[in-house]
Design a protein around this ligand. Sequence first.
Ligand code: FMN
Length: 374
Amino acid sequence: MGKGLFDPVSFGALRLSSRIVMSSMSRDRSPGGIPTALNASYYAQRATAGLVVTESTAISARGVGWPNTPGIYTQAQVAGWRLVTDAVHGAGGRIFSQLWHCGRNSHPLTQPGGVLPVGPSAVLPPGTIRTAEGRKPLMVPHELSAEEIAGIVEEYRAAARNALSAGFDGVQLHAGNGFLLDQFLRDSANRRTDAYGGSAQNRCRLLIEVAEAVCGIWGRERVGVRLSPTNPTIYHLHESEPVQQLVTAFEMLSELGIAYVDVVEGSTTTAPATHELNYPGLRRRFSGLYIANNGFTTRAQAERALAIHADLISFGRLFIANPDLPRRLKIGARMNPLNRDELYSPDHRGYTDYPFLEQKNEQNNAATQQEEHT
Ligand SMILES: Cc1cc2nc3c(=O)[nH]c(=O)nc-3n(C[C@H](O)[C@H](O)[C@H](O)COP(=O)(O)O)c2cc1C
């Protein structure tokens, strides 16, 4: 029997009710970096996912990429996240915090004291970034010294401890989409000649050091890693040897014994993927659970991936527009359209006001589906 999307799955002692994951998505509605009651309502609405992963959450003030994204490095932020975790748990859900350092994808207007953002190497990233004064071009980052890198590992450790205090069920390290850990992984951004650059193993070193630190707080069964090996992203990261780099990361993470990897397969932008990878083949190099992401829209499509290579599926955009996505997937109901104009509006619009299925519609839609299948 293959795995069904609605079959339970466990990370050690943590049992998830289904294989549906709400993918991490920044929504920029935490003024001053502090999660609010509105954020709690949003996540609680989506608590029927087997697992909710929060939006990118900064581990330090220098890890903040742009305004109104939440952090987890002050007591006020921990108290804000407590509102969120209590609300999700009250609704029967499970929630992991996505720990994030933006690296070079920030701007002095966002950085404390107006300093330059940091990165593995002093390489100018193409593209722009949101600031309090509108979008601005990215700048050549400050190249981190070995001592500063050690400090960043400590910031992750402290953030992981804060996530525990805030009542999360686990943490996901954001090592994808062009942010700091991804910048170290990929050779277009990492030109270092020390122990953190050069070989694929060296470029994985920071990720592994951070994962070890975080596993020390949480235990390896509560730690996952997000990767996006071929996603060009709006921050234009590239890797010349993506297969070797991904296999190295998978093998090193397997050795650590973390719970899962959450892999953005292909490209999430209109630009094509940087390379075509054989994800089902590569997946075998990671010994833990594999969450597949990107472009899943139906139960049948998700269950095909579960049959081939995945253990769970993470859904992003559909979860924004459909708070009751699991129910809709189960019965094949129509999906609410995504309102792109209000993705980052400052309030509840485009956030907590998407309609749930009415019981009546559900029955009508189920009947329609039945007809379509016969
Ligand atoms: C509005 C928005 C914000 C996102 N923010 C994050 C983020 O904070 N962290 C992350 O890992 N991915 C982020 N993503 C990527 C999604 O998690 C996901 O990989 C992507 O949307 C593809 O999945 P989908 O086709 O199911 O939407 C974001 C995507 C969207 C649409």
